[in-house]
Design a binder for this molecule. Structure first.
Ligand SMILES: Nc1nc2c(c(=O)[nH]1)N[C@H]1C(S)=C(S)[C@@H](COP(=O)(O)O)O[C@H]1N2
Ligand SMILES: [Mo]
Length: 418
């Protein structure tokens, strides 16, 4: 893509081109596809040839009504389990340790914005910063970089099983097991960026804010922000962050629910006081009998921060397999420490059997496991259970919370054998 505007250093070219394409009826997805396939020439051709899906725009170039294929994301949704604004990964489609970018789940609270990497600026401000600082993407890329392999998981992953298994439906998007993925993230440690801004010693909270339409944001305590594994990433699996995953810059906060890993990151606020926003008072908090609101005020319940240990089969839900010897595969992950044991259990058998771990133990990465099963015809249920080196394991019960976060019991995975 020789005329990639990102390569030419041509100012606001990309956002102007997108504005032009949009006015000619291009959807965000089609625009990015054309750009990737044939550069800006392909975009301009599509506009000029009237090849854009919506011909309703008048000669004056007024914006047409949003076309039917205007979707909240840019990537091809075909391989995914579709939700209104989210794309869930069918884990059965994953092979290796790393989730390919085109199969990585998407959780959007508003449509994927197209940001121009050239005019992009990250602003660091707040009462714990002596003077606001702005950094360009080029300046961030010049800083010493760090790569980490980490899984990101939506706080609501597995939510649908509160209703489907435990008989008590939680409110929120009905994720199955595919609101999770594992990737290599490359960027600059957030702590280095804060040091460059000269953060004061009395800093308490660090809020990351995105520039999607809802300006999605969430704070974390300064200690988590200064953890060398908390990074601002500009690459995912070795390539520039794709639009849906936060291009050109996102937070990656390993071990924490992925709502802290703010995409399209353009603003950081460092405060001398605890910051209260929607995403740590009413969303991403545990609401229920076990979390008395008076104890957590002004939040409505206990904050959701660190994830919980889980394991899951790389099978559809429900799964269908043919009778005979089967190799079943899956993923196990813990935010606390490396997973060192995965067990599985068939139907009502008492005993757990050992599964084989088939990928290395890497902090914050998930671990692949597999086992052989002599599948006999009929309806079966298979459970898996992970344990990490610190001794954390999946519990048999978790207390209900209204938004259905952090469910991590060994899931009874239904498997039909024919
Ligand atoms: N700006 C912004 N950042 C965001 C979100 C969002 O909607 N907007 N969603 C958050 C949530 S809830 C999740 S689970 C992760 C999902 O990251 P992904 O879409 O790259 O998989 O992004 C987080 N960061
Ligand atoms: Mo999420």
């Amino acid at each position: 893509m020789g005329d990639d505007p990102g390569d030419t250093g041509n100012g606001r070219y990309l956002s102007q081109l997108w504005e032009y394409g949009r006015r000619h009826g291009l959807s965000r997805r089609r625009f990015v596809r054309l750009l990737l396939a044939g550069g800006s020439v392909a975009v301009l051709d599509a506009c000029e040839l009237g090849e854009a899906p919506d011909q309703a725009g008048d000669a004056a170039g007024l914006a047409p009504a949003p076309s039917a294929d205007e979707s909240p994301w840019v990537k091809d949704p075909t391989p995914f389990i579709l939700h209104p604004t989210n794309l869930e990964t069918p884990l059965s489609s994953l092979e290796g340790l790393l989730t390919p970018n085109e199969l990585f789940f998407v959780r959007n609270h508003a449509s994927t914005p197209i940001l121009d990497p050239v005019s992009f600026r990250l602003r660091i401000e707040g009462d714990a910063i002596p003077q606001p600082l702005e950094l360009s993407l080029a300046e961030l890329r010049e800083m010493p970089s760090r790569s980490i392999v980490a899984y990101l998981e939506c706080a609501g992953n597995w939510r649908s099983f509160f209703g489907r298994i435990l008989g008590r439906t939680a409110r929120g998007g009905p994720w199955g097991t595919g609101g999770v993925g594992c990737a290599t993230w490359t960027g600059v440690p957030l702590g280095d960026v804060l040091a460059r801004a000269g953060v004061n010693a009395d800093a308490v909270d660090v809020l990351l804010a995105g520039s999607d339409d809802v300006e999605f944001n969430r704070p974390m305590p300064i200690a988590k922000a200064l953890d060398p594994d908390t990074i601002l990433a500009y690459k995912m699996n070795g390539v520039d962050l794709p639009p849906d995953h936060g291009s050109p810059l996102r937070g990656v906060v390993p071990g924490w629910v992925a709502s802290n890993s703010v995409k399209w990151l353009t603003r950081i606020e460092v405060s001398t006081e605890t910051l209260w926003v929607r995403n740590n008072t009413s969303s991403y908090v545990l609401i229920g009998d076990d979390w008395p609101p008076e104890r957590y005020a002004p939040a409505e319940g206990g904050p959701v921060t660190t994830q919980t240990i889980k394991s899951t089969l790389a099978l559809d839900w429900p799964a269908g397999v043919v009778a005979g010897r089967q190799l079943l595969r899956g993923f196990a992950y813990s935010p606390h420490a490396a997973v060192v044991r995965v067990e599985w259990r068939l139907d009502d058998e008492e005993e757990w059997r050992a599964a084989r771990l088939v990928s290395p133990a890497i902090d914050y990465a998930w671990r692949r496991f597999e086992f052989e099963w002599e599948a006999s015809a009929g309806s079966h249920v298979i459970r898996t259970r992970a344990t990490d080196i610190a001794g954390n394991t999946q519990p048999d019960e978790v207390p209900f919370n209204e938004s259905g976060y952090l469910l991590n019991i060994p899931l009874p995975h239904p498997v039909e054998v024919v």
